[in-house]
Every structure is written in structure tokens, then in C-alpha cells.
Design a protein around this ligand. Structure first.
Ligand SMILES: [Fe+2]
Length: 204
């Protein structure tokens, strides 16, 4: 695995927070905790590596408030440092289905850059880490873990929808089903506070 150490990953995230403060930092930490928790029960995943990938999956946000270009910025930032596995996840985490048209955010990049994303998605074989991060991205609000369906609706309300939304939702729920089969339990059973966070029980 070509990943930074946890110390390096934390330093990248704090630097990113200083450059572009926002909810994305807390979201990234929640994604990392979910990835670690689920990996603990998975025979082929390393919780330490999964945590690092979670911390860095949105690191492209360090470049400012952007749309889909954050996946390219994150990819480049980590690729240039030689952290290929963390870089790949920056690019794949938004695509439970491999189609750039399924992205709900705007494509604020050049034609060449968009072509690069298309080519990369067509070329890479998704591994369990790619799928894990797609899953965890879909259950992590900045305030904590939540029901996947809530987070999917939250994203649709923020960005709008297109004709790819149902295949994308189905793919995300299929990833959940596959992970639950492998770990032999509901993912929610290993995510503390999911009920309180989903239903806002702590806010009363
Ligand atoms: Fe994310």
C-alpha cells in the first residue's frame, strides 16, 4: 500500500483545514472512523490503512470551495507525493457506478481533466478499499454517522438530481449489502451514535 503514515495524513488534513476551513474536515474524520470500524470486522481490510484513506478522501478540498474538481485536486496532491492508493480513493469515492454523469456536483474542470477522470474510472479495478470509502462517504455527516438513506437524500437536496440517481443509490445500497454479508452484521451495529445522529436525538 502506498499511503502516508497516520501522522502525515493528520498533518495534511490540518493544513487543508487551515487553507479551506469547512464541514468537509469533520466529515472526513467521520468517514475515517467508519472505515476503521467496518474494516475491523473485514477479513481483507486493514483498519489503520482504511482510517488514513478516510481522512484523505476529500483532501482535494484543500484547494478551496470547489465542485467535482476536488476529486482531481486530491488525486494530484497525493499522487505527486507517491501515495497512489490514497490518491486513487480521492477519485473513486464518488463513483459507486463508474460514470462521470452520475456525479451530482458540478464539473468545474477542463475537458482534458474530465477525460482523465473518465479514463481512470474505466481503467482501475475497484478493490475493497474503493468500495469501503464509497460506502463510508455515504453514511458520514460532519456531525457523525447516519443512516445511508438520510445522507443520500441530504446530498440530493443540496446538489439536485439527475437520471443517474437511482442506479447510484442502488449501487451504494448494494455495497452496503455486500459488506454486511462479509462482516456478518449490520454496518450500523459497529457505528456508535448512528441512531442519535440520524434522528437528532442529541439536539433536544
Ligand atoms: Fe466525502
Amino acid at each position: 500500500m502506498n499511503l502516508p503514515t497516520l501522522k502525515e495524513a493528520r498533518a495534511f488534513l490540518s493544513e487543508g483545514q487551515a487553507r479551506n476551513p469547512g464541514a468537509w474536515v469533520d466529515h472526513s474524520i467521520v468517514v475515517a472512523r467508519a472505515a476503521e470500524a467496518i474494516s475491523t470486522y473485514h477479513p481483507d481490510l486493514d483498519p489503520y490503512d482504511a482510517y488514513i484513506m478516510g481522512l484523505l478522501h476529500d483532501i482535494g478540498r484543500r484547494e478551496g470551495v470547489t465542485g467535482m474538481r476536488h476529486i482531481l485536486d486530491g488525486y494530484r496532491f497525493l499522487e505527486e507525493k507517491g501515495f497512489e492508493d490514497a490518491a486513487r480513493v480521492c477519485l473513486t469515492h464518488s463513483f459507486p457506478i463508474r460514470d462521470v454523469r452520475a456525479a451530482l456536483g458540478r464539473w468545474d474542470c477542463s475537458e482534458e481533466e474530465l477525460q482523465f477522470v473518465k479514463d481512470t474510472l474505466a481503467r482501475v479495478a475497484y478493490n475493497d478499499y474503493d468500495r469501503l470509502l464509497q460506502l463510508c462517504d455515504a453514511l458520514a455527516l460532519p456531525s457523525g454517522f447516519c443512516l445511508i438513506e438520510k445522507r443520500l437524500v441530504d446530498a440530493a437536496l443540496r446538489h439536485g438530481i439527475n437520471e443517474y440517481i437511482l442506479p447510484k443509490w442502488r449501487a451504494t445500497l448494494e455495497i452496503q449489502r455486500a459488506f454486511e454479508e462479509t462482516i456478518g452484521r449490520s454496518i450500523y451495529s459497529v457505528l456508535p451514535g448512528v441512531m442519535e445522529n440520524t434522528f437528532g436525538l442529541r439536539q433536544t
